[in-house]
Design a protein around this ligand. Structure first.
Ligand code: ZN
Length: 96
């Protein structure tokens, strides 16, 4: 089983760098089965520079990937609505 840091290394950028920067390093040895669980344990989302909503959205996408056995690729923050998805921005309901 991977520890939290090893799980966070599986995130695509920019989420990987942001998550590793926020991580509570004393939790380094804690092991868990899923990346979504590791993200929940890694740091306090609310006091991170990206704030709770950002990580909660990423967490939702990770849970969907884990449920459907889809690789953790193609994530991005929509430039129109700020939601994190695996969809291109042009499918956004707020896209012009
Ligand atoms: Zn959008």
């Amino acid at each position: 089983m991977k520890n939290i840091e090893q799980h966070l290394q599986d995130l695509p950028e920019p989420y990987r760098s942001q998550a590793l920067k926020n991580m509570w390093w004393e939790d380094k040895g804690y092991k868990c089965e899923l990346l979504s669980h590791a993200l929940r344990q890694a740091f306090n989302w609310s006091v991170s520079p990206e704030k709770y909503r950002y990580w909660n959205q990423l967490h939702t996408v990770l849970v969907d990937c884990e449920k459907n056995n889809v690789p953790f690729i193609g994530f991005h923050t929509c430039k129109y609505c700020g939601v994190i998805t695996q969809q291109p921005d042009k499918t956004c309901y707020k896209a012009p």
